[in-house]
Write a protein that binds this ligand. Sequence first.
Ligand SMILES: O=C(O)COP(=O)(O)O
Ligand SMILES: [Mg+2]
Length: 227
Amino acid sequence: MTALRCIAFDLDGTLVDSAPDILPALNQTLAQLGLAPVGLEQVQHWLGNGMLMLLKRALTGEMQPCSVDLQLLEQAKGYFIEHYHQTNGQHTVLFPGVKEVLSELSQSYRLAVTTNKPRQFSLPLLESLGIAPYFSQLVCADEVAKAKPAPDMLLKLAELEQLAPTQLLLVGDSENDIFAARAAALPVFALSYGYNHGQSIELSQPDLVLDDFRQLPQAIRQYVQEC
Ligand SMILES: O=C(O)COP(=O)(O)O
Ligand SMILES: [Mg+2]
């Protein structure tokens, strides 16, 4: 039996469907810069590597932006932060079963959020959706040297919780979560419904793929018994 103690959750695309609030904030930003608006699906494909990468992708139209005008990026960041503070939480919803499952799991494990979303947007969202009390830790990209796919925030969580990587489990939706977990030597489960740049999460080979958040308690019980 493994000594699982703490479950870390990715936020965007795993616990919450946040793209509907990111889309208008991004399009208002693009409009202020005289650029054309983008669609929801495009935003879903661009999400996962944090705010700055989202803006770089939106400004260049490229998934792997090579060169971005730094002054333009700084301007876009200022506009986006202002707009996203207005839209954040308006249309963002929890994926089905999230609250119930967090409530159940919190009775046996410590729960944490490890997200590439900056803290200034993550915390208000957890609070407005009523799930903040379930988490003992919130580690965001702007609090570590490198965002996921780097292992930094998972290692920080392990340190905060004084746990070994094998006592943690990450639950995420994108290849960035899988790579970060592998780099930090954590087991990782993936939800197939999230944002993974339009690709199947199976390709990144997580330890388990689930299609529904409500399958998580049973999957964790089985994992704990088998290890
Ligand atoms: O902000 C993002 O791009 C993604 O955030 P996440 O790490 O919670 O999926
Ligand atoms: Mg995510």
